[in-house]
Design a protein around this ligand. Structure first.
Ligand SMILES: NC(=O)c1ccc[n+]([C@@H]2O[C@H](COP(=O)([O-])OP(=O)(O)OC[C@H]3O[C@@H](n4cnc5c(N)ncnc54)[C@H](O)[C@@H]3O)[C@@H](O)[C@H]2O)c1
Length: 326
């Protein structure tokens, strides 16, 4: 029996594949490499290049690989791009998940751990966000995650499957040895490129949020802590656990300027920052309550201290200064 990892060549998926193989799972990866890198996929995983919307290919994989459970990371996930090209997001994320759920039902595969996002909460969150907070997505990307969760809920109600949807906050950091990390231009990778002298300076959007230093506050979770939660969720479902939605964050908030300060401390570099106007719709502060996942799955963040996150991401940046192509 094998675990099918959709999007297993992406940042988080590749870390999950690595962790599954370390735990002796047999792993199969399907990824269309739209934002992922085949070099990041563990050599012991069986790799298929293709799209989750390709039903015939999914059926072939389910038939040949004896899939026991699915980890579903495959999605487009750029909020601003989704505003400009909404149908691209609904096709890839929502229709892709529909095809997947149809094939899972056909082959009676009953367990799925799904990457959702704190972006489903939009601006409705005040203080620490728990799972009872209303969903109010501000862009098609967030809406697509709500729709994917909804589809899984109804597939569950129809008796087809049980799922765990993990609503990630800001995932960051890299595998401890620095070999698997994030290539996409987000706050920490960009700051590390500046620290390395590959970029002169960086931009922070907005210093007029209702926070102590005026920059917005986010919750950063180490990718290894996040992956550990997937393994617990997978084991929980295999042992007969019922469907659940969990927030997944460190429950610690850091402002953008606090993150930059930590990058300066870890790298010893100056990291020049310019401030530009904020983007409409960004919340002042988004910090998770991870109480539910702690009490039901026994999960705890162990490596999500911001300095540890940055130190591991810095190792990756030094390993692959221009991403996996070098
Ligand atoms: N990184 C974060 O902070 C964060 C936060 C919240 C949620 N998420 C979610 O976690 C998941 C993984 O995110 P990531 O940061 O690793 O992104 P990523 O872009 O690195 O990984 C996504 C992977 O899925 C693949 N993919 C996308 N569409 C596909 C399709 N139709 N068929 C086959 N493969 C496809 C991509 O090629 C890529 O390898 C995504 O679902 C994302 O929405 C990420």
């Amino acid at each position: 029996m094998s675990i099918l990892v959709l999007g297993g060549a992406g940042y988080i998926g590749a870390n999950a594949v690595d962790a599954l193989i370390e735990k002796n799972y047999k792993v199969v990866v399907l990824d269309n490499l739209s934002t992922g890198f085949q070099q990041a996929v563990h050599a012991q995983a069986r790799f298929y290049k293709g799209d989750i919307r390709d039903k015939a290919l999914l059926q072939q994989i389910f038939r040949e690989e004896q899939v026991e459970a699915v980890l579903h990371f495959a999605a487009l996930s750029l909020g601003r791009e989704s505003v400009e090209q909404p149908m691209k997001y609904f096709s890839n994320n929502v229709y892709g998940t529909q095809v997947l759920l149809e094939v899972m039902a056909e082959f009676e595969v009953r367990h799925i751990v799904f990457s959702s996002s704190a972006t489903v909460y939009g601006n409705s969150a005040i203080g620490r966000v728990d799972e009872l907070t209303a969903t109010a997505p501000l862009n098609p990307y967030g809406q697509s995650k709500v729709m994917m969760e909804t589809m899984m809920h109804w597939a569950d109600q129809a008796g087809q499957l049980s799922f765990v949807a993990l609503r990630y906050f800001n995932v960051a950091g890299a595998k401890k040895d620095g070999t698997l990390g994030e290539v996409r231009p987000r706050l920490i990778p960009i700051a590390l490129r500046v620290a390395q002298g590959r970029q002169d300076k960086m931009t922070i959007l907005g210093d007029d949020y209702h926070t102590a230093d005026g920059t917005c506050i986010r919750d950063y979770i180490h990718v290894s802590d996040l992956v550990a939660a997937h393994l617990l969720a997978l084991e929980y479902l295999i042992q007969g656990g019922q469907s659940e939605i969990f927030n997944l964050g460190s429950a610690q908030g850091y402002s953008n300027l606090e993150v930059i300060k930590a990058v300066r401390k870890i790298t010893g570099a100056e990291v020049l920052v310019t401030i530009k106007p904020r983007v409409p719709g960004d919340a002042d502060s988004l910090v998770a309550s991870s109480q539910k996942i702690s009490s039901i799955l026994g999960w705890q963040a162990k490596q999500s201290n911001i300095e540890e996150i940055i130190a591991d991401a810095w190792k990756f940046q030094q390993f692959y200064p221009e991403g996996y192509q070098y």
